[in-house]
Design a protein around this ligand. Structure first.
Ligand SMILES: [Zn+2]
Ligand SMILES: [Zn+2]
Length: 242
């Protein structure tokens, strides 16, 4: 006979006897924490100066307004895209384990990093009517079993009491984005998203959520669809940025 899992009701009891551990190094942490202080310190933060539009960091002092190489020669339809961390080192590792190894519990530390974007001057104190996750194509979502952006958006929505509204759908199954250079990616995404049936975003201020910003093309294309459907503004926030 296979061993039986403890009944659901015993779970909180079981957790009393096993200490909470850091998701990176397995060091003991406070019950409410997912990362120990050391690992949190090692997560690469994005610090000024960075591009006001897409948060691309620069090294060195920049005193006048500039356009970063990522934004130059292209139209980005979001008002701005904010990330507090770079997708490097342990941040990148956690994102990969979350997305591709199905470790859903990692949504908690990632949502914590996502939530830090709200301390950024571009988002702080701003009112949002709805939170919208970047959708996956239904085929991709079936393969993965979940939409990583939705899991993160759910936690953020709860913590700031803004309604989660998955108003977008992805109607084209695009090949893996990383195989394309920037121009090809933008071309590849055109027409990939649309507003779901019977959804209305007119006169709404949208906070658009994804796990990682790579070039910004996905967020831009979603923002374009939302604004074409009447959204007043679309600010984007991600747990990390390439
Ligand atoms: Zn740790
Ligand atoms: Zn930029």
């Amino acid at each position: 006979m296979p061993a039986l899992a403890p009944p659901r009701i015993l779970k909180p009891l079981v957790s009393l006897f096993y200490p909470a551990t850091c998701v990176v190094c397995a060091e003991n942490v406070e019950r409410a924490d997912y990362l120990c202080a050391d690992c949190q310190r090692r997560a690469p933060r994005i610090v000024a100066p960075f591009c006001a539009k897409c948060s691309e960091p620069f090294s060195g002092a920049i005193t006048q307004s500039f356009r970063c190489a990522n934004c130059e020669h292209r139209v980005l339809h979001f008002d701005c895209a904010v990330a507090a961390y770079r997708s490097r080192g342990l941040v990148r590792r956690l994102v990969h384990q979350f997305k591709y190894a199905g470790q859903r519990h990692l949504r908690h530390p990632l949502a914590g990093w996502l939530g830090e974007t709200l301390n950024d001057a571009r988002l702080r104190g701003r009112h949002f009517d709805i939170i919208v996750p970047v959708p996956l194509h239904s085929t991709r979502q079936r393969e993965r079993g979940f939409n990583q952006a939705t899991l993160l958006a759910e936690l953020l929505a709860k913590s700031i009491a803004v309604p989660l509204r998955p108003v977008l759908e992805r109607i084209r199954y695009t090949t893996t984005q990383t195989a394309y250079d920037r121009a090809e990616r933008m071309e590849n995404l055109h027409g990939a998203f649309r507003l779901r049936k019977n959804r209305d975003v007119r006169d709404l201020r949208v906070l658009l959520i994804d796990d990682v910003l790579t070039t910004g093309s996905t967020l831009s294309e979603c923002a374009r669809v939302l604004k074409a459907a009447g959204a007043i503004s679309v600010h984007a926030a991600t747990a990390a940025r390439a």
